[in-house]
Write a protein that binds this ligand. Structure first.
Ligand SMILES: *[C@@H]1O[C@H](CO)[C@@H](O)[C@H](O)[C@H]1NC(C)=O
Length: 240
């Protein structure tokens, strides 16, 4: 059993190593301010469409550090090992409701045939006419005692217990009142099942994953989500 586990770990490491090294080199390059400015300027020019939250990093925020590399490795690993795949059943993981701290399951929020947007991020997109949505707050992307970001709006240390996580989610909710918010369990089962770290978008319908966004922050695209919903508005039967 242990050999199988070690073997699996070795495979994961081998697969992830090239991506990880690429990210490390990117961080290293972006720590040269002249390069950083040029890259972000280019990205801004290409974007044009301002709906997607822009990737912006201020000058004072150093990217390459032990903590940042650990976070990147963690994100790649979760993404690689996630259970959620497009067209397959949506993992029904445990979550805790923010308002009343009731434990439930993520698919409890789905209503019959209506699409359910699982938003593992903070951007609020209301499409109440055709879909329900729930914000799932997972572990902090930039905890003040981990990969600290000078751009983060709050100083939130890594959650040690569920109460920590709930009060951090409470803070976040101030920015998005009226939005249904749940938090991941302390086993981080939703984060693991959906490969949600740093942030990510999904749409689930009738228990199946019908839209799977890319790994955030680069892959966190509200425009893609909107395109899916627009298609669905035009032809609700094509999605399944
Ligand atoms: C879940 O994530 C938190 C960070 O928010 C971490 O402290 C905790 O150890 C994780 N739990 C497990 C079981 O890995």
């Amino acid at each position: 059993m242990n050999t199988i586990k070690a073997f699996k770990n070795a495979i994961v490491c081998l697969v992830l190593l090239p991506r990880f090294l690429m990210a490390a080199v990117m961080f290293w390059l972006l720590d040269f301010l002249c390069i950083r400015k040029r890259v972000f300027f280019r990205m801004k020019e290409q974007e044009g469409d301002a709906i997607d939250p822009p990737l912006c990093i201020s000058d004072s925020n150093r990217l390459l550090s032990l903590e940042s590399l650990k976070a990147v490795w963690h994100g790649h690993k979760l993404d690689f090992l996630k259970a959620a795949h497009l067209g397959q059943g949506a993992p029904n993981t445990e979550v805790v409701q923010l308002e009343d701290q009731r434990r439930g399951r993520i698919l409890d929020y789905a209503k019959e045939q209506r699409p359910l947007i699982l938003n593992f991020g903070s951007f609020v997109e209301q499409n109440a006419d055709i879909a329900d949505s729930v914000v799932v707050y997972i572990e902090e992307a930039h905890p003040s005692d981990g990969w600290m970001s000078t751009d983060a709006p709050y100083h939130i240390p890594e959650h040690r217990c569920l109460e920590d996580r709930l009060s951090a989610a409470q803070l976040m909710r101030l920015e998005a009142p009226g939005c249904r918010v749940v938090v991941d369990s302390m086993e981080n089962s939703s984060n693991a099942a959906y490969g949600a770290y740093f942030d990510r978008l999904y749409i689930v319908q009738e228990g199946k994953i019908v839209y799977q966004g890319g790994r955030g922050p680069e892959g966190y695209r509200i425009t893609e989500l909107r395109d899916w919903l627009d298609q669905y508005r035009k032809n609700p039967f094509l999605s399944l």
